[in-house]
Design a protein around this ligand. Structure first.
Ligand code: SAH
Ligand code: SF4
Length: 358
């Protein structure tokens, strides 16, 4: 089987070239072609000797997941459904705010089964490969092209799509390195965010291996409630999680953790919850991002009323905790947080396939 070069970060690509008896600078040349130029055809890599290009074409390839469907929301949000084989599909979402942000997936499904999340409801299928993770970014840049300054459209990446990135640790870290590498996408650490539901040991590893910005899905001010909403809390309860957040900050590119907090009507959104939360995070530098719950078929919750969200936010702000409410985007194409289910079976038949070619 041919080696997909998108599976290799800079270190692994150098090792691959060394094995072929090639010089390390060839690996750097190749990375520049793949990520800076967005090229996937060896024949077009004109500064590489024809002999090597032919050799590469025989034993290697540059392949991103096949795109099954592209959807465009009225608000400019775009969602791509990517085929990752054996009936599985994952989604990547482009959010065209001031700076182009891409929300990418790390797993097909998720094992953690948070009660408000549609990805969790479908169970765990498998980890995505490095090529499938970085391929989402490759594809989005390929589709969206470059901005006026000649840079790729995507300058922010959030790992907030399907799956728990820290439970696909090695592939996530290799993909993160490709995002940050100067010969890769050269993104700033501050503009690459990993979102986790709180896998404490992996947070400590990430702090050492590749400290990017960190978002933590908190969702509750106490263990009793968080145990229900985010079951991994039973293993890593709030005290341990918050301590891990503070340790992470010693190496983080930002001096705060972003706490995500899904607003569920009558469940975790009262003023009392907000006060309890303020006490709970008092010694952890943080910002809050309140996410109005996005319903999906058979979801057991309702979205909090706007007044409740406003009141909740006021309590946090009065305690000097910077708090934003996430704008619900891409509602009409089910591209909002927690709605990504990668439905493929019922919908693909109705859509035209987008050919993957320049
Ligand atoms: N597994 C990681 C990252 C993916 S989920 C995590 O849990 O952090 C990205 C964010 O969307 C998380 O904060 C998650 O709690 C939130 N989310 C999940 N389902 C949601 C829903 N139905 N409505 C709003 N936000 C949701
Ligand atoms: Fe998995 Fe995150 Fe969904 Fe929880 S919220 S089930 S951790 S994807």
């Amino acid at each position: 089987m041919k080696k997909n070069l998108l599976d290799l970060d800079a270190h692994a690509l150098s090792a691959y070239f060394a094995e072929m008896g090639e010089k390390p600078f060839r690996a750097r040349q190749l990375m520049r072609w793949i990520y800076r130029e967005g090229e996937s055809d060896f024949a077009a890599m004109t500064d590489i000797a024809a002999v090597l290009r032919n050799k590469l074409a025989q034993q290697a390839c540059i392949v991103v997941p096949e795109i099954l469907r592209e959807e465009l929301s009225d608000d400019g949000t775009r969602k791509w459904l990517l085929n990752v084989g054996t009936g599985n599909a994952v989604e990547a979402v482009y959010i065209p705010e001031a700076r182009g942000t891409l929300c990418i997936s790390s797993q097909a499904g998720c094992a953690l089964d948070c009660s408000f999340c549609s990805t969790g409801k479908q169970g765990f299928n498998r980890n995505l490969s490095v090529a499938e993770i970085i391929g989402q970014l490759w594809w989005a840049n390929h589709q969206l092209g470059r901005n006026a300054e000649g840079n790729w459209a995507i300058s922010n990446v959030v790992m907030m799509g399907m799956g728990e990135p820290l439970l696909n640790y090695d592939n996530t870290v290799s993909a993160l390195r490709l995002m940050l590498d100067d010969l890769g996408y050269g993104l700033s650490r501050r503009r690459v965010t990993v979102s986790t539901s709180g896998v404490v040991p992996a947070m400590d590893r990430l702090r050492e291996d590749c400290p990017v910005a960190l978002a933590v899905s908190l969702h509750a001010p106490n263990d009793a409630l968080r145990d229900q909403l985010v079951p991994i809390n039973q293993k890593y309860p709030l005290k341990a999680l918050l301590a891990a957040c503070r340790r992470y900050l010693e190496r983080a590119p930002r001096d705060f953790i972003t706490f995500e907090y899904v607003m569920l009507d009558g469940v975790n959104d009262t003023v009392q919850h907000a006060h309890e939360l303020v006490r709970r995070v008092a010694d952890t530098p943080c910002k809050f991002n309140l996410i109005p719950f996005n319903p999906f078929p058979q979801s057991p919750y309702q979205r909090s009323r706007p007044e409740a969200i406003q009141r909740f936010r006021d309590v946090l702000m009065q305690a000097d905790i910077m708090t934003t409410t996430r704008k619900t985007r891409g509602d009409d194409i089910a591209a909002a947080c927690g709605q990504l289910a990668g439905q493929v079976l019922d919908k693909t038949r109705r859509t035209t396939r987008i050919a993957f070619h320049k």
